[in-house]
Write a new protein. Structure first.
Length: 400
């Protein structure tokens, strides 16, 4: 008998799909993972979730109609003792629960959970790259180490998913997963027009204020200090422009201090994390993103869904979304002066800005529908599992 044959599942057989993610913070990868869990066809799939604790979306996960397990030692920073403990816990859970498919997300969980799943003999191991753990800002030796680890873990994977073509091309250039099949499945959102939030009234802004919004974590990746530098350059030329910054994180205090030092604090409003980001974006005139690296920025996709033109640093993922002069302006990273210039251009050319917003909506509607994202994942799970060797379907022997 050949060792690799197509196996047809019996009727009413449900695949057990275990999603594993590092932490349920309020980000695109986390929100899309929870959406996938809640919208998988319950006639065909039985989902579960494993995560590290203390995320803003923990309560959402617990309320879901799937079992959720929190592993205290699964943390974002590198911590040898906790990482080893988390690896052992993941292995024990997967050996006990025996899902047919393990789908991992984010860098830390993607590494530890793939090793644990491989050791536990899980038939199908899928990983989604929502970006990479290695970044342009890291020392060369550390970046090399992360790339090496990703190469090893890609070899343990059945299939890799990329959320942007840029990320897929970068992985290919670095020879990550060169022998592992992969797919491009865009990170989607709900394609609907939101009712604009009454943010002008809430913040006491002039009715004629022109609003620029940015949504994201206040951490080095999102580069929030350049938001303040861009705001200063814009406000110096037009006092009717106001900036709304949605999010929180380790660099928030520094960003607020810089806002006061540059005397733009009356025009820059820090809103913290909000659950009404689509409504806030719909109430604004333009979107700004100053990230230094990305997978596929969900907030930028949302800006397109709300027909808002965007100005963004042209890093991975952004280049999948923005076309110069069509639906916004991709800018050379760290060039906040150019970002300010393009925002002022949008304000001073309202007809063209409206056309760009319409183009942005059309672009998102075609390729970034979140329900299409779920259907593509469902098809992938079934296609991969139906090709698992019979000897791995029965008994799930350890590969170690």
């Amino acid at each position: 008998m050949p060792s690799f044959i197509r196996w047809h599942r019996p009727p009413k057989f449900m695949l057990r799909i275990c999603h594993i993610i590092t932490q349920l913070e309020l980000g695109g990868a986390q929100q899309n993972t929870l959406y996938t869990l809640s919208h998988l066809d319950r006639q065909r799939f039985a989902p579960s979730l494993i995560s590290g604790p203390k995320g803003l979306l923990d309560e959402d996960a617990v309320k879901g109609d799937w079992p959720t397990t929190f592993i205290p030692n699964l943390v974002r920073p590198i911590h040898p003792f906790k990482d080893i403990a988390a690896l052992g816990t993941l292995y024990k859970i997967l050996r006990r629960e025996r899902p047919q498919v393990v789908h991992t997300h984010s860098s830390k969980a993607g590494i530890l959970a793939r090793v644990a799943a491989y050791a536990a003999g899980i038939p199908v191991i899928v990983h989604t790259f929502h970006g990479f753990g290695f970044t342009p800002e890291q020392p060369g030796w550390l970046r090399w180490l992360y790339v090496l680890v990703e190469k090893i873990c890609a070899g343990l994977s059945t299939h890799l998913i990329f959320v942007s073509e840029d990320n897929r091309q970068e992985a290919a250039a670095l020879k990550i997963g060169r022998n592992t099949p992969n797919s491009l499945i865009h990170s989607g959102i709900s394609i609907k027009t939101a009712v604009p939030a009454a943010i002008r009234e809430e913040r006491g802004l002039p009715p004629e204020a022109w609003l620029v919004i940015s949504v994201g974590n206040f951490k080095p990746q999102k580069n929030p200090l350049d938001l303040i530098r861009t705001a200063k350059a814009v406000i110096a030329q037009d006092k009717m422009v106001y900036f709304l910054l949605v999010g929180d994180g380790p660099l928030r205090i520094e960003a607020e201090d810089l806002s006061r030092e540059e005397a733009v604090d009356e025009h820059v409003h820090f809103l913290g994390w909000r659950r009404d980001a689509p409504e806030l974006i719909a109430a604004c005139d333009a979107f700004l993103l100053t990230s230094l690296w990305e997978g596929l920025p969900r907030a930028l996709v949302e800006a397109g869904a709300q027909s808002r033109p965007a100005v963004a640093y042209a890093v991975n993922g952004v280049k999948d979304l923005l076309q110069e002069g069509e639906n916004g302006f991709p800018i050379e990273p760290k060039n906040w002066a150019a970002a300010a210039e393009k925002l002022l251009w949008l304000k001073n050319h309202p007809v063209e800005a409206q056309r760009m917003g319409s183009q942005a909506k059309n672009r998102i509607s075609v390729d970034f529908n979140i329900d299409q994202m779920v259907r593509e994942q469902e098809s992938l799970y079934e296609a991969l599992y139906d090709r698992v060797p019979l000897k791995e379907v029965y008994g799930l022997p350890s590969r170690l």
